[in-house]
Write a protein that binds this ligand. Structure first.
Ligand SMILES: *[C@@H]1O[C@H](CO)[C@@H](O)[C@H](O)[C@H]1NC(C)=O
Ligand SMILES: *[C@@H]1O[C@H](CO)[C@@H](O)[C@H](O)[C@H]1NC(C)=O
Length: 188
């Protein structure tokens, strides 16, 4: 199976399972709780992961795959929406500037999550998380304001939490090595 085949099968899998509701078994729900407790919206996170499940018992490896793919797909859809609809239909200068900045940001977000998925496929979870973290940084380049409500306010919030979910799932799958604190000296 090539990388592209993997992406296509993940896409199909997610598209066709999102309407079927599976009730996670206790061990799976426990994993979901551990991930979602770290996010800013437990209910949204719980619903997002549960709606992707195919079986009641799902391993952390599968959850990490599903959530990484979900973030990746969401970045593609968001960029598509900016380029195809928001930017061409922007009415005022402020919205136009915001959407242009978001397009720039989401091109990078998209590229980073592409790489994250590639390293997931290669089972290199440290690189996967590094790229997801870069995506998170670039999401913040798309600046939105609740005082200037545009569709990007929710879209950006959504993208941020989906990326967070993928990162927390990845951290359970492959915990980062412990920090070495003994040899470190504080720099003034
Ligand atoms: C999370 O979702 C599951 C399945 O939909 C539900 O049974 C459970 O009550 C939810 N957890 C919380 C804390 O809301
Ligand atoms: C976005 O990501 C790139 C790396 O791909 C980085 O060089 C750049 O500084 C990031 N932008 C911001 C605003 O963090």
């Amino acid at each position: 199976m090539t990388f592209v085949h993997l992406l296509v099968s993940l896409l199909i899998c997610i598209t066709f399972t999102s309407s079927i509701s599976v009730v996670p078994d206790p061990s799976t729900q426990d994993l979901i709780n551990r991930i979602c407790k770290q996010t800013i919206d437990f209910q949204f996170c719980n619903k997002t992961i549960t709606s992707q499940l195919i079986r009641r018992r799902t391993s952390i490896k599968t959850i990490a795959k599903l959530t990484a793919a979900k973030a990746w797909i969401n970045a593609i859809e968001t960029l598509d929406n900016i380029e195809g609809s928001l930017l061409p239909k922007a009415k005022d200068r402020r919205s136009k500037e915001e959407f242009a900045a978001c397009r720039k940001a989401y091109r990078l977000v998209d590229a980073h999550l592409d790489n994250a998925l590639k390293y997931l496929y290669l089972k290199d979870y440290r690189f996967m998380r590094a790229y997801q973290a870069l995506a998170l940084v670039n999401i913040s380049m798309c600046r939105t304001s609740f005082f200037h409500p545009t569709p990007m306010v929710y879209a950006n919030w959504n993208m941020r939490i989906l990326t967070d979910i993928a990162i927390y799932a990845g951290k359970i799958l492959a915990p980062p090595p412990p920090l070495r604190t003994k040899t470190k000296k504080k720099t003034p």
